[in-house]
Design a binder for this molecule. Structure first.
Ligand code: TRP
Length: 336
């Protein structure tokens, strides 16, 4: 039996960070043995918000290198750059005829971007979900590992696929958001303000490219407080986040010790020392990130290897994409 098709896209805006790693990439790595996987760098999507492409080239190379450093194997998966697969653009064209202005204008991400960049409300921004649907449907993918913020785009992709199938014949299976387990690991910003993010407050975000010293500095600056006021207290979000990180990168014994200290603490008897906890976490985090950073850097600076990987990914992606596009063209009747 052929394996189900998994696909996800990564926007090359900014450096990858711990939230990307534990929320997304670590799952991709687990999927590569169980599914036929397509992972790509969404550089066309970047143009909707970042028309200046000077930085884009470096970002694309960085994202490819970092994904491999995190464990994606370009022999097992198709790891490619969106713009290397022109078939996506043609499918986008057909899907655009099935997407209504009204529904596109109602999309949450569109409204948000209109608010953020009122001076550049371009048509690409409006049809962002259509391009995303084309990304997915071009490989007839059914499982799309994405976070909650992408659910609406997935629902739109299903709608476009259904409309296509209804009008022109059954070509596309319906894609759904998918992740291993039930809960995605959510990594908060170290200042306690929302999710770790590629662009906001760099001091509160740990990037996969950070050196040991920056990692230590950032963790030592992470938000804490005077400690719990009662035994077995509930942890505030920003304290829970430190425990979450410790669970991901430290030994179980280390985690247990600080859990016990936390639970034994109360006002006037604070057993947990957040300074010690952060020092330990900083060391364990630096040890965890180091091999990823070094491997990514090796690949990134090896332009020959990088070019080979990118071409290999494009070849795999185009083979699958052109097969789908042939079916699309004959279903639509565009095969003269
Ligand atoms: N919109 C996604 C994001 O912002 C990136 C993306 C583009 C994507 N095309 C995709 C994700 C296709 C999954 C499938 O993160």
């Amino acid at each position: 039996m052929s394996k189900e098709v998994v696909l996800s896209g990564i926007r090359p805006t900014g450096f990858l960070h711990l939230g990307n790693y534990f929320g997304a990439m670590r799952n991709y790595v687990r999927m590569q043995d169980d599914y036929t996987c397509y992972f790509f760098v969404a550089n066309w999507h970047s143009l909707t918000t970042h028309p200046d492409t000077k930085e884009l080239r470096n970002s694309v190379h960085r994202v490819i290198a970092e994904n491999i450093a995190c464990g994606l194997d370009p022999e097992k998966v198709a790891l490619y750059v969106q713009s290397d697969v022109p078939e996506i653009a043609e499918l986008y064209l057909y899907l655009n005829m099935l997407a209504y202005k009204g529904e596109l204008e109602k999309t949450v991400t569109f409204k948000e971007k209109v608010r953020l960049q009122p001076e550049n409300v371009n048509a690409g921004l409006l049809t962002y979900p259509v391009l995303q649907a084309a990304d997915i449907l071009i490989h007839r993918a059914v499982k799309v590992p994405v976070g909650k913020d992408q659910e609406q785009h997935l629902e739109m992709a299903r709608n476009f696929a259904e409309r296509f199938n209804y009008r022109y014949g059954d070509v596309f299976p319906l894609p759904y958001a998918f992740n291993y387990g039930t809960e995605l690991v959510r990594i908060m910003s170290l200042d306690g303000n929302g999710k770790m993010s590629k662009s906001e407050n760099q001091m509160a975000t740990i990037y996969l490219a950070d050196d040991d010293e920056s990692i230590r500095k950032k963790i030592m600056k992470a938000k804490t407080d005077q400690g719990p006021a009662t035994q077995n207290a509930e942890k505030p979000d920003y304290i829970q986040n430190l425990f979450t990180l410790m669970k991901l990168v430290s030994s179980p014994d280390t985690l247990q010790k600080f859990e016990d200290d936390f639970n034994a603490s109360s006002t006037g008897n604070c057993v947990i020392r957040y300074g010690d906890m952060k020092k330990q976490l900083a060391e364990d985090m630096a040890r965890f990130i180091k091999p990823i950073r070094e491997k990514a850097e090796d690949i990134r600076l090896n332009s020959e290897l990088l070019a080979k990987i990118i071409r290999q990914g494009a070849d795999k992606a185009r083979a699958s994409a052109s097969e789908t596009l042939d079916r699309v063209r004959s279903s639509v009747g565009m095969n003269y």
